[in-house]
Design a protein around this ligand. Sequence first.
Ligand code: RM4
Ligand code: MN
Length: 390
Amino acid sequence: MTVPHRFDEITETLARQSIELPSWAFGNSGTRFKVFGTPGTPRDTHEKIADAAKVHEMTGLAPSVALHIPWDDVEDFTELKAHAENLGVELGTINANTFQDEDYKFGSLTHSDPAIRRKAIDHHFRCIEIMHATGSTDLKIWLADGTNYPGQDSLRARQDRLAASLAEIYERLDAHQRLVLEYKFFEPAFYHTDVPDWGTSYAQVSALGDRALTCLDTGHHAPGTNIEFIVMQLMRLGKLGSFDFNSRFYADDDLIVGAADPFQLFRILYEVIANGGLDEDSPVRFMLDQCHNIEEKIPGQIRSVLNVQEMTARALLVDRAALDKAQAEHDVLGANEVLMDAFQTDVRPALAQWRASRGLPEEPMRAYAESGHQRHLAEQRVGGAQAGWG
Ligand code: RM4
Ligand code: MN
């Protein structure tokens, strides 16, 4: 068995890791069958940010929170920024939502009617204005655009309209702002999706410029897809902007990252690290995009960032010199063993100790449960409408 690097050699890199939380993970979510509410669920954006700040307080891993517009629209984003900062977090990626308006039934940025396209582009302009107020650097675009039946619309014309719409949006960004285009192979459209895969996202963002990149949501691939290969390829091309982490058993399940397939998460993080994704100047940002349909949301997010951290630590422990050697010698089983040794390493005790040395709870899950915070929220947040996907 290969002896892994000592843990203290990886802490400097681990300390650099940050994972952005999605505001919507703290609201209620569900399936088309039922949305279950939970006592203590935030009623507004301010409360969602407070919950995200709690996750950061317990883990030291989540210093920023992504907003979704219009779900998180407020009158005064300067005030919202101050609110976040008071709680010890920053406002991060702005997600443009063009999937819940009647006008977008047949598309948004790809719509055949110029007036609807205008409306969708203007929504992104509004998101960019918000970014100026919040100091956010990333505008994230995920489109529900697509068709349900062959022949319903011209696949080509939609792609051309998308390119033109994205160009207008990209033009609006400041020199320090980025556009990240997310892909997803199906849903809500069932026949074709306008940005179904990394290749399409890559083609579209490459046409825009250097500050347009791809967002990889781990739940947005067909079963069996080798996601780590896509990670490597996008990084090789300098176009991987961010991750939306989650896990899935069947479709876009949005379950806790690392829950469904921890080994896949390890393989992805190994490629991230091997390709410089945790270097100081890395353009790759880590985010979660999850829903907690039946579990408590704050501990759900704590578990999630810990899963990413644990798997990052294991991936960092891969003995790269031994791996290089085994690969050069075509030692198939030896190379595989080097990788598996790191994957099988239990880093939890070392991480717990390291957290304590940094003034963080050794075991954030337990510390949160014992803090009584959840009960406190349930008592405080009475009345009003709980936040959700509306
Ligand atoms: C989409 C996609 C987006 C997210 C929405 C809520 O499936 O993953 O990133 O903003 O869901
Ligand atoms: Mn996503």
